[in-house]
Design a protein around this ligand. Structure first.
Ligand SMILES: Cc1cc2nc3c(=O)[nH]c(=O)nc-3n(C[C@H](O)[C@H](O)[C@H](O)COP(=O)(O)O)c2cc1C
Length: 334
């Protein structure tokens, strides 16, 4: 038998496969099914800053009937669609989920600005969450916003939440940072226990007939693994934070690559959405079989074995690989 146990955010997990934040973790029943299928922890779907502010604006409206402020402010907020669950319902759902399963349950907050809404971090802690994942999803479209200013904004939010809760804190990031290793280091210095790499940016499409921008959510494939894989391999051993890989974990091989790059856990959502709960035992069984066949005894033994820790100059290594890849391509029609 191989030892699949791992640690993440100070939690001891029975294996490295974690269900990431998605509508799959919305219903307690589904979380129970995921636990039975074998995931070692789950991240709840996100509670959005906009949801919390929206609710407090509604309260304002009732307190100041007759003012125009409510209607005007509402125009800035999206139609919440499925994310209509009132913030307090989220907390109640978290409490129920926590009682229903024995695997660790992490809460998820999604926002970018500091302010009153961050008090929900404490409510998530008080509801019994084993940790909190903070998803900082923001597209800097303002031409005057510099990368430094954006990073400062994120770091302020992280410090704010870090001083609010004692439970482990992970931050889920987008891949588009000019100098990711330095930012990752500063996040760890600000008290972040884990980095979740990467958030998938849902890129909208255009409908030419109706001249509309249309949201378009495409589930991932194993090809999406490469971006987080590379960065986890680069960051492993360099930042004082655990690493979780999210995006593109569909097979046992994907999860094994994540661990070898240096991840503590491999997170998955699209695989379950595409293939159902059986994706989980299939990945776990495949991992065990591969480890036995290749004489690995434990996840700990494998972890980081293919990271860039042993590479003296990772930037030069990356450029060399870049040239190698370009050279390896021989188009027949040229
Ligand atoms: C339908 C759907 C809803 C999602 N909702 C959230 C969310 O509320 N919060 C969050 O942090 N990530 C959310 N995600 C992102 C996933 O947690 C995950 O990071 C992403 O799908 C990449 O992993 P995958 O390749 O395994 O799907 C969502 C993904 C999908 C497909």
């Amino acid at each position: 038998m191989v030892d699949l146990t791992t640690t993440y955010l100070g939690l001891k997990l029975k294996n490295p496969l974690v269900a990431s934040s998605s509508p799959l973790t919305e219903k307690v029943e589904n979380v129970k099914r995921m636990e039975e299928a074998g995931v070692s922890a789950i991240v709840m779907y996100s509670l959005f800053e906009e949801q919390i502010i929206h609710e407090s604006l509604e309260l304002d409206y009732f307190l100041n009937q007759g003012t125009e402020s409510f209607a005007e402010s509402l125009t800035y907020f999206p139609n919440m669609g499925r994310y209509t669950l009132a913030p307090d319902k989220y907390i109640e759902r978290l409490e129920r989920t926590k009682k229903a399963v024995s695997i660790p349950v992490l809460g998820s907050l999604n926002g970018v600005s500091t302010g009153g809404w961050t008090s929900y971090a404490r409510k998530i802690q008080d509801a019994g969450a084993d940790g909190l994942e903070l998803n900082m999803y923001y597209l800097p479209t303002d031409i005057d916003m510099t990368s430094d200013l954006l990073e400062q904004t994120y770091l302020r939010l992280v410090s704010d939440i870090r001083s609010t809760v004692k439970i482990p804190l992970a931050v889920k990031l987008a891949p588009y940072f000019t100098a990711l290793p330095n930012f990752a280091k500063r996040l760890a210095d600000a008290g972040v226990d884990g980095l979740v790499l990467f958030n998938r940016f849902y890129q909208p499409d255009m409908d030419l007939e109706n001249l509309e921008v249309v949201p378009n959510l495409v589930l991932s494939s194993s090809n999406d693994l490469r971006l987080p894989l590379r960065w986890i391999a680069i960051l492993y051993g360099k930042v004082k934070a655990d690493l979780a890989l999210t995006s593109g974990v569909h097979t046992a091989e994907d999860a094994l690559k994540a661990l070898m790059a240096g991840a503590n856990v491999a997170m998955t959502t699209s695989a379950i959405l595409k293939s159902g709960m059986q994706a989980v035992p299939s990945i776990l069984k495949g991992m065990e079989e591969w480890m036995v066949a290749h004489e690995y005894e434990s996840v700990t033994q494998m972890r980081g074995s293919m990271s860039q820790g042993a590479v003296a100059d990772p930037a030069a290594f990356e450029r060399a690989n870049y040239m190698k890849v370009l050279n390896s391509f021989n188009p027949e029609f040229v």
